[in-house]
Design a protein. Structure first.
Lengths: 565, 565
């Protein structure tokens, strides 16, 4: 009987070996965790990987113009689907993707970076191949990527089964990118070795979890006032519903910081507004900072999340709930999983009549008809344009600083690369989001300076028949830089003057609605048409070079002080 | 007397300290070695560097759309001027440039990469700043760049004088990029410490040099046949004239390999043609490989330089002259500088009546009038279009493979990224070349797939009133990949269909001559107009998806054999 059983296992593993290659094994596992589209640029060392992606059932190759754009697209996709993947070739391709991989690391997005390498024999022979530095060294790029991924491996027939499980587990545990390299002569070889069950999701230490829950309950019980700062990691880890259940059960109010915007539904009574330190919304600041207890849940107290470090949260009031540990009253609870903790809190927190500040009404749009488009005219109009379930991709810069304070409609989500802050991200990220959510409307808002970094990726919307709404803010250069540098008019803040509305058609986005608007009346008309267009939409909004949102002006004022000192 | 002298030195160093900042010192030294234009994208951590570039006398900030493009532009500039520089901001900017820096390393171009960093105090405090990974680590990007630069430093008031001299010396010794980082709070501080004389150029070891010269003379004396393979390092090190003097003095014939094309004037009797192993020009191959002696001078026997390793140079016949050492008959001569050796050879090599193969006539263009544009129609027409002193930037792919076998007019130069081979390089590199040589005509030839990676940089030509001639080969995808992969029609070889001729205008290149040509007659007409246009020119050449140059077809044939086996 034992012998027969062993035979059965051997036969099974033999079958696996004979029927599945290294790359096929990886792709089927990525498919199982939710990746149906892989963004990339092909290349000769990556052909076996490129081929396999095109041939894998349920998977699609999504070609991009260049590797950085492909990585940003995968980033946008992962913001919607939870995971994403990008495929590049050796050296030239993978290095071009690095800034995007680093962005995914900073912003906690588990991207799988699939890289095609030269044959093992070529590497061993130190051959002088193209796409190398000509020095016979083949591990340099592997090493260069190490600081911006949470794990990496070169996959062979012997290692692919266990390495794939390890890398998936690492990517999901840390919500960070991983790097998977495929030597061209290995990718199509049959897998050697038996299948392996996927790693279980991490479990909490029961005693530590119970301790953390008790400590939080004990800390909140005597508090007269309290609030939650729900963070972006809730979205990244798929715990938004668990967090909402805590809000519903406890009646706790919440505010959000910039990077965390829209992680919970803003159309609810519990939402008190955006908290940005002393820079904006003084009523929200006063409320949050005077609460007896503040629960930060998966947030990061970075410069742009704290109003340039003007947030003043007294350490002893903060209950810090992180991805894998919790800290209350100076005591750390390790190995406490965010989801487990939230589930327990939803069950055990008493519902109370927590106080909250009155909600402030949204500002009405300024200006009319022939009036020029000021910030006060523009941002409220953009806010009003948004519809339920929209995906808003807001580029780093003055535009996102304005939109970050708009109240999102039901089900709509706001996305911004707040920590990494690499301009150019938004245009390809909006393409990736559109691929991830073909049933939702994608709205891209970008400044022209940022748009110019990656604008060619617009062509993919046209190629695939997708219909985004794109707003390009033409304010004659890099406005946020004008506001932050010494001499606003210095040459480096200028950009080349494009005829933006001619761009979609040049890039093959035929039949789109395009408009260039310079007055409030033209903007109103364009917004009305855009809302009903049924095609892709591209609107160039022309403003004064210094028409800046409030937050941008606040940052400008703090810089002025700096330069005077 | 000694005391007075010491005082004098102190006063001098004090004066230096008071009048020049860290960044000003670096810029003035870069200016002295020939850099008048710095390409880049500004960013807040780099403002002090950006400001100083704009204000430095004799120096110009050349803004680009993104950092990779800026680096490629600096690469193109350095191919003309010998040195180049690119400026980026911390993290997001510098990582986006890495693939271009690696390309400059592979292709032996001394680029100075100036990077703005956060303040030292911010770094020491491990602050959670934008453009970081949010983990308080600030040296990661510095470490990531290490494999693709020959040296690097973080510049402070104390270190800037000696570090600048060291980095300049390293960049020029290795002809490789270097990395110079400027913490924002250090860049504008006055230099501390006295001026330092620039390092002297490296000198040869006299005995080693004499030994190498004697050995070469001894090796050539009994040879009945010999030839030179002059390499790209002659251009990189400014030794083209010294090499030409050797050819003139000795009457030795020469052939060139792909990466080395046009390093010596092709319009001379000594030139026997392109040597590409067994793939092309069988007469040149037979001559070179049967010579009793072959002098390789600053070449690299890489895959694309050797007809995919089909070159069969018998090791014992090869005299290998490198940048800093020479090897003859199994003996190495270290510390022999290329320039010193060439100067000595020009003086001592006897003039002989060396045999050479008869030159082959250029092929006449095929096709006429309504005929479609085949490879036989296209490449000879492009060759005929070239004029003396043109700078031809040929993108990696089928287009450069065809143009590489055209004979260049007097003074015209051919540029290709043969070793690194990163598609997308050519469009921004042609912009950099145009900045470096405003008096010469720049001709860019690129495939559409490669063009799409970096096409937005065209806008800079328009912005600065430059007038390149751009040819975009529209063959419905990545042709070289169709020829090299298993299934030519597989989806990843397709690219988005752009309306190419509308692109220059959308990007602000107003008034350019644009044309889309599909027949030989249209092509002839467009070439005639382009030659006289007096404006920027952008011609989309439409061919069959499989219209490939001979070399590309040879590579295709060798792949077919591979996939059948």
């Amino acid at each position: 009987m034992p012998r027969a059983r062993q035979l059965l296992i051997s036969r099974e593993s033999l079958k696996t070996s004979a029927t599945r290659t290294v790359i096929q094994h990886v792709l089927s596992r990525l498919r199982e965790i939710g990746i149906a589209d892989i963004f990339g640029v092909p290349g000769d060392f990556a052909f076996p990987v490129n081929d396999a992606i095109c041939l894998e059932p349920g998977m699609r190759w999504v070609g991009c113009c260049n590797e950085l754009n492909a990585t940003y697209a995968a980033d946008g996709y992962a913001r919607i689907k939870g995971v994403g993947a990008v495929c590049t070739t050796y050296g030239v391709g993978e290095l071009s993707a690095l800034a995007g991989i680093a962005g995914a690391y900073a912003e906690h997005l588990p991207l799988f970076h699939l890289v095609g390498m030269p044959n093992i024999s070529v590497q061993a022979g130190r051959a002088l191949m193209h796409h190398t530095l000509g020095n016979g060294e083949f591990d340099l790029f592997y090493r260069m990527t190490q600081p911006v991924v949470c794990s990496q491996a070169i996959l062979t027939p012997q290692s692919v089964v266990f390495e794939t499980e390890r890398l998936i587990a690492e990517a999901l545990y840390h919500r960070r990118p991983v790097y998977m390299a495929f030597p061209a002569d290995m990718a199509n070889q049959p897998v050697l070795g038996a299948q392996q069950a996927p790693s279980s999701p991490p479990r909490s230490d029961p005693a530590s979890l119970a301790g953390a829950v008790d400590a939080i309950l004990a800390a909140l019980a005597p508090a007269r006032t309290a609030c939650v700062l729900p963070g972006i990691l809730l979205a990244r880890t798929g715990r938004r519903a668990a967090m909402q259940a805590v809000i519903d059960a406890s009646n706790l109010p919440f505010a959000t910081m910039f990077m965390d915007k829209s992680v919970l539904e803003e159309q609810q009574l519990a939402y008190v507004g955006m908290y940005d330190g002393a820079l904006m919304n003084n009523d929200v600041r006063a409320f949050v900072e005077n609460c007896d207890r503040v629960l930060t849940v998966g947030t990061l107290m970075s410069d742009f999340n704290t109003g340039a470090f003007t947030a003043q949260l007294e350490a002893k009031r903060v209950i810090n709930i992180s991805h894998h540990h919790t800290r209350v009253d100076g005591k750390s609870y390790a190995n406490v999983e965010l989801g487990d903790l939230l589930t327990a809190l939803a069950l055990r927190l008493p519902k109370r009549d927590w106080s909250r500040p009155a909600a402030t009404a949204a500002e009405a749009p300024a200006g009319n008809g022939p009036d020029l488009i000021t910030a006060a005219a523009l941002y409220p109009r953009w806010a009003n344009f948004l519809k339920p379930n929209d995906i808003l991709i807001a580029e780093t810069g003055t535009a996102s600083m304005g939109l970050g304070f708009a109240k999102m409609p039901l089900g709509a989500s706001f996305h911004n690369q707040t920590l990494w802050g690499s301009i150019g991200w938004a245009t390809p990220a909006s393409f990736g989001a559109a691929i991830a959510a073909p049933g939702r409307r994608v709205v891209l808002v970008t400044g022209e300076g940022a748009h110019q970094l990656t604008a060619q990726e617009l062509c993919q919307f046209g190629r695939l028949g997708l219909r985004p709404v794109v707003f390009v803010l033409n304010n004659s250069g890099y406005l946020i830089e004008r506001l932050l540098c010494k001499d606003p008019a210095i040459a480096y803040n200028d950009v080349a003057p494009w005829h933006y509305t001619e761009l979609p058609r040049a890039l093959g986005c035929d039949g789109w609605f395009t408009a260039r608007v310079t007055t409030c009346g033209e903007l109103d008309q364009a917004l009305a048409t855009a809302g009903e267009a049924g095609t892709g939409v591209y609107i160039e909004v022309v403003t004064d070079p210094y028409a800046a949102s409030s937050l941008a002006m606040k940052l400008h004022d703090s810089m002025k002080t700096l330069y005077k000192s």
